[in-house]
Design a protein around this ligand. Structure first.
Ligand SMILES: *Cc1c(COP(=O)(O)O)cnc(C)c1O
Length: 370
């Protein structure tokens, strides 16, 4: 069976993990954690990045940082992972799900604009498949209405929009290093804080609500409870694995892009399916290759019969049990349900062999009688 995903592995991770063990510092914010945050800050060109146990944790931190209160409305796409919504539902917010644009499956700025009320606190965008949302339009709506913007950039590390790294445009952004993402450490994430005034508070929230970070920097002589918070740290063993992947980020992205282009070139002649669209303002990291077809179920079965795992994606959150409890759709669901029903994601991971990609392409063509 050809896997849909294999967690990225370079081959030097064990050595780094051994070094972490030898350092006798296994908890968070150790030497590997520092190398990783420095790498992120340099690569993205952002002021502050911190490592978290997951993107979910980083999203929870953003909900705390913007002081989400019960009754606040948070606008986001319905077509996203549960964590995007959960982080705010945990704080009592009402989620306002809005429609996506069919070309990218990214949040529609027009739908956002229509969903803004005097209770709206923030817009959380999701860069689906590592392809950027229309951030100029989103930031303009946010500025006009005095709203926070959070980028759920879980899938988008190294992708750009108008020459800017995704994750550096909104007030906060979150990344994931889950094993299904381009760069991984099993479970892990990062919070990027572009809103300078929130940096100090983020460091306190991350350390269980204490000013331990200031203590570690020698700024105070003991640390104490300052604020609410939780344990939002990534341990050093994971950070060591992650560091190796950061060092090979270029190699990982190039390899994935090669596969992505091969799929694109191999499938573009099939007129009855649609392929991902990359807007002119965007470069992307080949996080995902999906096709849209009216015959999703049959195609997935056909591929499975040919030893290929191809998978669908999100069930729109507004139609889920919890989605109905914690939110509702604002405006019309013109594209979210209809378009998400057509998505089939193809196997794509670092090191996938060319012959396997050719096999997938040939089986899809066969299905469409080409
Ligand atoms: C993967 C993903 C998450 C969750 O990431 P974790 O690191 O597993 O918490 C959140 N949002 C989006 C859009 C994702 O793709």
């Amino acid at each position: 069976m050809l896997n849909f995903n294999k967690p990225c592995y370079i081959g030097k991770e064990e050595t780094a993990i051994q070094e972490a063990i030898a350092n006798q510092k296994l908890s968070g914010n150790g030497p590997f954690g520092l190398r990783c945050t420095n790498w992120l800050e340099d690569y993205l060109g952002c002021e502050k990045a911190i490592l978290t146990p997951s993107c979910t944790g980083a999203l929870e931190m953003t909900a705390l940082l913007i002081e989400t209160n019960p009754g606040d409305e948070i606008i986001m796409p319905s077509y996203t992972f549960v964590s995007t919504a959960n982080a705010f539902a945990l704080r009592g917010a009402n989620i306002r799900f809005v429609d996506v644009e069919p070309e990218t499956m990214n949040i529609s700025p027009e739908a956002v604009e229509r969903a803004v009320t005097d209770k709206t606190k923030a817009i959380t965008v999701v860069h689906y498949a590592g392809i950027g949302c229309d951030m100029d339009a989103i930031m303009e709506i946010a500025d006009k209405n005095n709203l926070w913007v959070i980028e759920d950039a879980a899938q988008a590390l190294t992708s750009t929009y108008n020459g800017k790294q995704l994750g550096t445009i909104g007030h906060f952004s979150t990344f994931s290093f889950h094993e299904t993402k381009n760069i991984t450490c099993g479970e892990g994430g990062a919070l990027v804080i572009n809103h300078t005034a929130s940096v100090e508070r983020a460091e306190i929230l991350q350390e269980k609500g204490t000013n331990r970070k200031q203590f570690a920097k020698g700024m105070v002589d003991k640390y104490s409870w300052r604020d609410i918070g939780s344990s939002y740290l990534l341990n050093e063993l994971s950070a060591a694995y992650l560091w190796v992947q950061f060092e090979h980020a270029g190699q990982i992205m190039d390899d994935r892009l090669k596969t992505w282009r091969k799929y694109y070139d191999g499938l573009k002649s099939i007129e009855t399916i649609s392929l991902p669209h990359v807007p002119d303002e965007c470069t992307h990291n080949a996080h995902m290759f999906y096709i849209k077809t009216e015959h999703r179920h049959e195609l997935m079965n056909h591929l499975k019969d040919n030893g290929i795992m191809a998978v669908s994606h999100y069930v729109p959150l507004h139609s889920s049990h919890a989605g109905k409890q914690f939110g509702k759709f604002a405006g019309g669901d013109i594209f979210t349900t209809a378009e998400s029903d057509k998505i089939v994601r193809l196997p794509l991971y670092y090191g996938i062999e060319e012959k396997d990609v050719d096999h997938v392409i040939s089986r899809i063509k066969h299905f469409f009688k080409l």
